[in-house]
Design a protein around this ligand. Structure first.
Ligand code: ADP
Ligand code: ADP
Length: 216
């Protein structure tokens, strides 16, 4: 049976950072919906063109486009044992569709770590985030700086600041998160899958809490 873990939480909580580490520990693929959209924008695909208009405004891309993209990604060979999902699902419709999709793939959602932090921290984290062009590795100018400024330690590619990490757009994304994604906390709590994780600790401590909770 395949294993699917969903990382849930507001923008800047540390989902991507923990997903990267968890993927290494579990050998499962790290599937980030935001990274997939950004790749499509970079490659100038039709999906990228459509997604960009929503992303620039801090809104969610439509459920249909998002679900189709994730279905395609999860169907690939590197997800046959499961995946760490980061940024998907973000609406109850996406969560319902995911359940059906995983049933088809012979799996189910195993656990949903919910990483939280206060709003002031989310703003400070997104404000200083740097992402790597090649593979989306994540840095922070103050909390986890690269060895050499502007260069990814892992693959040597350029680091950039996401357009949607500007303060006004982050404020919008937080509102969208509270309106549209927060209902998933109850959705997964009711199903007995939710694991609450304190995101306001050093990265290593968050990982430790996460791994201990997942073992149970
Ligand atoms: P964060 O790191 O803040 O959680 P992401 O990189 O996951 O941000 O997402 C960036 C943007 O990509 C979102 O603001 C949204 O426009 C789009 N996006 C990502 N995942 C989804 C999704 N599951 N549904 C709709 N839009 C999404
Ligand atoms: P998300 O995917 O939830 O939007 P990220 O993993 O991209 O969040 O983290 C947002 C920013 O905060 C990044 O710059 C990252 O380096 C930094 N960060 C992540 N986890 C922590 C932590 N535990 N303590 C301090 N900074 C962190």
């Amino acid at each position: 049976m395949s294993t699917y873990i969903i990382l849930l939480g507001p923008p800047g909580a540390g989902k991507g950072t923990q997903a990267e580490i968890l993927a290494q520990t579990t050998k499962l693929s790290h599937i980030s919906s935001g990274d997939l959209f950004r790749e499509n924008i970079q490659n100038q695909t039709e999906l990228g063109r459509l997604a960009k208009s929503y992303m620039d405004k801090g809104e969610l891309v439509s459920d249909d486009l998002t679900i189709a993209m994730i279905r395609d990604r999860l169907s690939r060979a590197d997800c046959k044992d499961g995946a760490i999902l980061d940024g998907f699902p973000r609406t109850p419709i996406q969560a319902d569709e995911l359940e059906q999709m995983l049933a088809e793939f012979g799996g189910q959602v195993d656990a949903v770590p919910y990483v939280t932090a206060a709003e002031s921290i989310l703003i400070e984290r997104t404000g200083g985030r740097w992402s790597c062009r090649a593979q989306g590795h994540i840095y922070h100018k103050k909390f986890s700086p690269p060895k050499q400024e502007g260069i990814c330690d892992i693959d040597g590619s350029e680091l950039f600041q996401r357009d949607d990490d500007k303060e006004e757009t982050v404020a919008k994304r937080l509102r969208v998160y509270f309106d549209r994604t927060m209902p998933l906390v109850e959705y997964y709590r009711k199903r007995g899958k939710l694991i609450e994780i304190n995101g306001v600790q050093p990265v290593e401590q968050v990982t430790k809490e996460l791994l201990t909770a997942l073992k149970k």
